[in-house]
Design a protein around this ligand. Structure first.
Ligand code: C5P
Length: 232
């Protein structure tokens, strides 16, 4: 599985995004575009970034009835992104519908991964608000297995969950892992964090890195260090 560093472009608008990207000159990057930027700028931001030759993980976390997710994915398939995602909680049927909508007539499609339980959901919140009684680790693994059954390519998870996910879903099941910090970094709001080196040791396929690169004094150096430590 291709190892790669994905930079989380958590910027409010196009100006801020391109001010950041311009620092990298001709470097071809893999960028995560999330709801904030996509909802403020619309699909044009994706087209513009693609035109610059970067790869895109469109992180919109779709979750709706299967028919709606299928149609939404069909719209997104025209953007030719490289990776996108849905919520595993939407059921196996919804994930299958998403996969169908995303696949073009010639069979081509981006990598499709599932979000399991968001890291902001604690055991306590899951029990008290969602009435899910099982341990959160079991829920995450079940959601990963459901994604595999639906034919998806992998999941977003913590680097600390990679080995169990691979054991349950196979070595080629892709793990995309946020929560990355350098040893010397401020943790921000991330609780369970791992360094790029540790994520590599744990077998993660892609790391998603936001603030340690976007807020660094020298973003290029921070990015290069991530690549060096994770890809080697
Ligand atoms: O700035 P930082 O490196 O914490 O950014 C991590 C990125 O990964 C953010 O865009 C965040 O929304 C995303 N993410 C995460 N944890 C998850 C899923 C996504 O941090 N479980």
């Amino acid at each position: 599985m291709g190892k790669g560093v994905i930079i989380a472009c958590d910027f409010k608008d196009k100006e801020e995004t391109f001010r950041f990207l311009d620092k990298f000159e001709n470097e071809k990057l893999f960028l995560k575009i999330g709801m904030e930027l996509f909802y403020s700028e619309g699909p044009d931001i994706v087209r513009e970034i693609k035109r610059r030759g970067h790869k895109i993980f469109l992180d919109l976390k779709l979750h709706d009835i299967p028919n709606t997710v299928e149609k939404a994915m069909k719209s997104l398939s025209n953007l030719n992104v490289d990776m996108t995602n849905v919520h595993s909680a939407g059921t196996i049927e919804m994930m299958k519908a998403g996969l169908k909508g995303l696949t073009k007539e010639n069979g081509e499609r981006p990598i499709l991964i599932a979000v399991t339980q968001l890291t902001s959901t604690s055991q306590e919140k899951m029990q008290n608000q969602l009435l899910i009684e099982k341990p959160i680790e079991n829920v995450v693994m079940k959601y990963a297995e459901n994604a595999k059954e639906a034919g998806l390519d992998g999941v977003v998870c913590s680097p600390l969950e990679v080995q169990t996910v691979k054991k349950r879903c196979g070595d080629d099941f892709i793990t995309v892992t946020p929560g990355i910090r350098f040893e010397e970094d401020d943790k921000g709001d991330q609780v369970r964090i791992t360094t790029p080196k540790k994520a590599k040791e744990l077998g993660s396929d892609y790391i998603v890195v936001g603030r340690p690169i976007t807020k660094a004094e020298a973003p290029i150096n921070a990015y290069k260090k991530c690549v060096e430590d994770f890809v080697g």
